[in-house]
Ligand binder design. Structure first.
Ligand code: 1CP
Length: 339
């Protein structure tokens, strides 16, 4: 079962080929061809069009021949059929009807995903037709990260409202997190059924939690989701933005790969988690430096890992708008030449 690729092999720690590389947010606002597509459509429309999704997924693959493709969607897209209304007016999400009281949680419903989000699964099938030999990453946001947007209503530095909410209303929050974990697991299973070769959970904001809360509100739900998908036999990836304080906690999360943010020493994570693979973690802002600087910092990460058979190279967070394409190419070339 599954396709042969250095990326999949690296997820299982058995890659003896070149070090695989893909880029967080590889389709998007730094690519002129993506900006052309976006001139003609809103972000929400784009996320609902299988043809356009397949096109923008393919754009960075055509340009860079990366080792994995990632579904084009957003972590918030699945909240639409759950009853939330949102737009992306200036790039980032804004929710019209956020959750501010426990009563608001009742507005959120479980739903028939296959029925309500056919455009996602049609897009996955289309992508697999275009690139049958490339691994495709399906993804979701973690329950805590989704709760951050649900409660705050938009992006934020510290998501204070969301952090307060889980302490003010622990029982209702648990209901909310159980619902999100259930829908997320079902959604990822359908992504794999449609053709995704691996699943990634973006825990983009779990890194703002105290260790006790990380264990309860991030690692716990992640375990629920991943253990529900055990029988699929696809690599399961958990990206944690600021994983350093919780390395011992993620050790016990049932997944094959930990995505490492740019603040954390990736070799430290690799050494502490001998049973897992690591993915990361160049600081996206390094790509605004000279080519020599990009090569040096990329090489430093590659050389820091004792066991490169379980390394997937990536940025330590999403690539930024206006990132110079030559820097992206220099990073990729450096990884490709490494072995
Ligand atoms: O190729 C790809 O990776 C693109 C697919 C993709 C993914 C994996 C998009 C498209 N969004 C995401 C995940 C996502 N969305 C995350 C998790 C990864 C991370 O930590 O960056 C998060 C937190 C979001 C929420 C979101 N959506 C943000 C961040 C807001 C904040 O709080 O800082 C933004 C800017 C969006 C909109 C969005 N999503 C994707 C794109 C290309 C855009 C920009 C929209 C546009 O103007 O075209």
């Amino acid at each position: 079962m599954g396709i042969k690729s250095t990326f999949i092999d690296a997820c299982y720690g058995r890659n003896e080929g070149h070090i695989p590389i893909w880029i967080m947010r590889q389709a998007g606002r730094y690519l002129p061809e993506y900006l052309e597509v976006r001139k003609k459509t809103t972000f929400n429309e784009l996320c609902r069009s299988p043809e356009l999704i397949a096109e923008v997924v393919d754009q960075p693959m055509r340009r860079f021949d990366l080792d994995a493709a990632i579904l084009f969607s957003d972590i918030l897209t699945m909240l639409d059929p759950m009853g939330m209304k949102f737009e992306f007016p200036d790039g980032g999400p804004v929710i019209e009807n956020p959750i501010s009281t426990p009563d608001d949680i009742k507005r959120l419903s479980e739903f028939d995903i296959a029925d309500k989000m056919p455009y996602v699964f049609d897009a996955i099938r289309k992508i697999k037709e275009i690139m049958p030999d490339k691994p495709l990453i399906g993804f979701v946001g973690s329950p805590f990260t989704l709760a951050c947007y649900l409660i705050e209503g938009k992006g934020s530095k510290n998501f204070d409202k969301a952090k307060k909410f889980i302490h003010q209303y622990p029982e209702e929050s648990e209901e909310l997190f159980n619902l999100l974990a259930k829908v997320i697991a079902d959604y990822l299973r359908l992504q794999v059924d449609a053709g995704a070769d691996t699943v990634q959970v973006f825990d983009s904001w779990g890194g703002i939690l105290s260790r006790d809360d990380y264990l309860n509100w991030s690692a716990g739900p992640a375990n629920k989701i991943f253990s529900a998908l055990r029988d699929l036999n696809v690599p399961r990836v958990l990206f944690v933005n600021n994983v350093a304080p919780y390395i011992d906690i993620v050790k016990d999360v049932e997944c094959e790969v930990i995505g490492v943010d740019y603040r954390t020493d990736i070799s430290e994570v690799a050494n502490a988690l001998p049973g897992k693979s690591v993915q990361g973690n160049l600081d996206p802002s390094v790509l605004f430096g000279t080519t020599e600087h990009v090569i040096e910092r990329t090489t430093r990460i590659l050389e820091s890992i004792d066991d490169p058979n379980r390394l997937i190279f990536n940025l330590g967070h999403g690539i930024q708008p206006k990132t110079p394409i030559e820097s992206v190419q220099a990073m990729i070339d450096t990884v490709r030449k490494f072995r």
